[in-house]
Design a protein around this ligand. Structure first.
Ligand code: 13P
Length: 263
């Protein structure tokens, strides 16, 4: 049984306490959950109260079937991907008007799985960022390096490049609709998150790059093997404004415990 006070004490010694901040706690369900499974999840999440912002990115079917239920639970929701065009001959794609009709106010853009398996480029991600923000969606753009790039020290250049390309021509007034999720590819689904020192250094670096390039920063989430054992520690780190959680967001009891720990 995890003792919150012991963790808090240890965390304060390592990184100082920065939990007097409002976090975004986002669950990316990826290609998991049927409609009935999603319904069960939400029933079990009932009465979860948090001062933090809770988001879920389910598959499109769950999104369409359960939008009212998400609203009832005060959970924000949105798609894991969308096309930057409003309509047209793009087989298998989904447009912003289609998802906005469901009441979605958030959307993920550029997850590493989309970059890797579907060859999504920074140029496409940039088009999605423009289209998303212009339509009033809050978008979370995912960036991150792979293990070779981390080990070779190339990660700084990789992240800077992604930020510059993904946010190209984004103007000052559009920034309030944008968050970034730093998701080191080597930490996704591995059970081993980046260490507190790595998260601290990388988040500080990303915010510095944003400030240099655009004169301002955005909310910066961490993703990659976040779970109930490390959420409080990671959430307490300076420049961490929330989490993007994969596996641990699929079980309502685990997801709830993460929310409770940092609330
Ligand atoms: P895991 O939490 O399963 O490592 O996944 C992270 C992720 O990819 C969230 O988008």
């Amino acid at each position: 049984m995890i003792n919150r006070n012991d963790i808090l004490k240890a965390v304060k010694e390592i990184v100082g306490n920065h939990l007097d901040k409002k976090l975004i706690i986002a669950g990316n369900w990826k290609m998991n959950m049927t409609i009935s499974e999603g319904k069960k999840f939400l029933t079990e999440m009932e009465e979860t109260v948090s001062a933090n912002t809770i988001l879920i990115f389910p598959p499109y079917t769950v999104l369409a079937a359960l939008s009212t239920d998400f609203n009832k639970q005060n959970i924000h929701y949105g798609p894991q991907n969308f096309h930057y065009k409003k309509e047209g001959a793009y087989t298998g794609e989904i447009s912003i008007p289609m998802i906005k009709e469901l009441g979605c106010d958030y959307a993920l853009v550029g997850h590493s799985e989309r970059r890797t398996y579907y060859n999504e480029t920074d140029e496409e991600i940039n088009k999605k960022a423009h289209a998303g923000v212009k339509s009033g969606l809050n978008i979370i753009i995912c960036i991150g390096e792979n293990l070779t790039q981390r080990q070779s020290g190339e990660w700084k250049a990789i992240l800077k490049e992604q930020i510059k390309k993904d946010l190209a021509e984004i103007t000052w007034d559009m920034f309030s609709g944008i968050s970034i999720a730093y998701e080191p590819i080597w930490a996704i689904g591995t059970g081993v998150s980046a260490s507190s020192e790595e998260v601290k250094e990388t988040h500080a670096y990303i915010k510095e790059v944003l400030k240099d390039a655009f004169g301002r920063t955005v909310r910066l989430l961490y993703g990659g093997s976040v779970n109930e054992k490390n959420a409080l520690e990671i959430g307490s780190i300076e420049n961490v404004d929330g989490f993007l959680i994969g596996g641990a967001s699929l079980k309502p009891d685990v997801f709830k415990r993460i929310i409770d720990q940092v609330s």
